[in-house]
Design a protein around this ligand. Sequence first.
Ligand SMILES: NC(=O)c1ccc[n+]([C@@H]2O[C@H](COP(=O)([O-])OP(=O)(O)OC[C@H]3O[C@@H](n4cnc5c(N)ncnc54)[C@H](O)[C@@H]3O)[C@@H](O)[C@H]2O)c1
Length: 332
Amino acid sequence: MNVLVIGGAGYIGSITARLLHENGFKVVVVDNLSRGHREAVQPGIRLIEADLADTHGLRHVLISEHIDVVMHFAGLIEVGESMAQPLKYYHNNVALSIGLLETMRSANVRQVIFSSTAAVYGSPEKAPISESHPIRPASPYGASKAMVEQVLDDMHRAGDIDYVALRYFNAAGAHPLADMGEDHRPESHLIPLILKSLIHGKGNRAALKVFGGDYDTPDGTCIRDYIHVLDLAAAHMAALTHLVEEGPSGAYNLGNGRGFSVLETIRAAEAVTGLEVPFVVEGRRPGDVAVLTADAGKICVESGWRPCYPELESIVATAWQWHRRHPHGYAG
Ligand SMILES: NC(=O)c1ccc[n+]([C@@H]2O[C@H](COP(=O)([O-])OP(=O)(O)OC[C@H]3O[C@@H](n4cnc5c(N)ncnc54)[C@H](O)[C@@H]3O)[C@@H](O)[C@H]2O)c1
């Protein structure tokens, strides 16, 4: 099968593209490199540097490369930035996704796997969250993903497409070979921030900020569900099989089902690295919720997917190998 991976020079897309390639799929990547890295696209995978807005170019790629399935990772991902610049998010994440879906329809490509997020749920009523939890995004970022999910569902009902929307919780970790990993600029995710503070912080406590120590959790810090990036990539392969086998279209949570607090994550990093992690506790960040964990039972039952890296320390260990060998990410 021929798979178009849009946003395939980014963190999750590039590792998924590699897994697909290693499993015999023909993979073409489209990425505008606004946030991704040319070096993240592995040899043997064609990278087309293009923006989602270039619908003529996309149509040509879909037809000339005989694309069967689109994996749509391309998006802006910063909750805080989306609060400050909502239109940027609605344009890039919603308007350009609609353009992509129109282009797919005109090129008769009918299957799509979409990168959605736990942020569609907003402030959860309970933990863990299942897919039946109300969709009440608390940021333009989360709303942009919920809107695309709605479009996908309506198009599916109209008979235009079949789709799987994967609602990722917190993607983390690196490729076990330590040659691919997380390199967001700016970085806002906890595990790379902890590890980079060890590499670049030089013992400075202010190098790592913990936002909120007074949440209603056992140690007062937020609890999140970390899922290894290779488990995410494997879930995309499972979703692809699910679509090919005419499984039902819909949204699926993708998480470990277990939560770890910020302090537990810091302790895991200390255990993995053998180094003390200095940090300061600051006030809560607007929009952060106390506990966010996934009930991922639906995808497990329907596709047979299971996480291979459920332990926090194994997730942190792969990330540490990557950051230690590449202290400046793909730049070196
Ligand atoms: N990282 C996480 O923890 C997480 C959690 C939930 C959901 N997601 C979703 O997963 C997807 C991938 O996340 P990531 O962490 O790999 O992000 P990333 O920023 O590393 O990758 C996104 C890629 O999309 C590309 N891109 C963005 N807009 C584009 C456009 N208009 N045209 C072409 N390319 C464009 C960027 O250059 C980048 O390479 C995103 O859609 C994100 O919302 C990520």
